[in-house]
Design a protein around this ligand. Structure first.
Ligand code: ATP
Ligand code: MG
Length: 203
């Protein structure tokens, strides 16, 4: 090895040792064991697909998962087809009502309330390890659900239960309550370049 290469290898080793010490001390400090709320918001793509990534992770560990979807999409989502028949996943989808097309306040509110009743029960069920509330933020934006009621149920859920909430424009109080909040930024989206939604990527 040249002298330069040796110096570089030593500098790299020293840097890695420092990094390891930092990570180790942070790991040592994280001692609390409880379920968390993950909030995925922002205008960029990746919120719901990230949530379903966590569904796969949880199932891989033998956990039980419930998915509550507040917007009945016009298309058949691959993740629903894939997870639907899994014995440890239950799906609770808004049966009728809110899609971008309906815009009927009364039926939308009724549909939102009815699926929320199921969600509320899941937040009282110790046997469910992970609950996903997909596209939930819109329900508060349109006043279809009471934000205060949902916040209260989230706070009273079982100690170890994890929750993932997705949707653009997350409300301030939801951000405050959540433990992990990620805002996905929209830098580019193929749709705006006129490319049709791709099976396996978009739905
Ligand atoms: P995904 O389900 O792909 O993770 P998402 O949950 O972050 O996306 P939503 O706002 O729920 O995004 O929108 C759902 C659909 O709209 C998806 O098909 C997604 O690819 C598409 N989409 C997301 N963001 C954008 C965007 N900025 N412009 C156009 N289409 C988008
Ligand atoms: Mg989504």
């Amino acid at each position: 090895m040249t002298e330069e290469a040796t110096n570089r290898a030593e500098r790299h080793k020293a840097r890695m040792q420092k990094m390891k010490a930092h990570v180790d001390s942070q790991v040592a400090q994280a001692t609390e064991e409880r379920g968390i709320i993950v909030l995925l918001t922002g205008n960029g793509k990746g919120k719901s697909s990230s949530a379903f990534g966590m569904v796969a992770r949880a199932l891989g560990h033998g956990q039980r998962v419930a998915v509550v979807q507040f917007i009945k999409g016009g298309w058949d989502c691959g993740e629903q087809k894939f997870f639907m028949d899994h014995p440890r996943v239950s799906f609770h989808v808004m049966a009728t009502g809110f899609t971008w097309e309906t815009q009927n306040r009364d039926s939308d509110t009724e549909a939102a309330q009815s699926v929320w009743e199921q969600g509320k029960a899941l937040l009282q069920d110790e046997s469910i390890d992970l609950v996903i509330f997909d596209e939930m933020t819109y329900m508060f934006k349109f006043d279809y659900l009471s934000l205060d009621e949902v916040l209260e149920s989230l706070q009273q859920r079982p100690h170890r239960q994890n929750v993932v909430i997705t949707g653009r424009g997350a409300q301030k109080s939801l951000i405050e309550l959540a433990d992990t909040v990620t805002e996905l930024g929209d830098i580019k989206h193929a749709f705006r370049a006129g490319i049709k939604a791709q099976q396996g990527i978009e739905f």
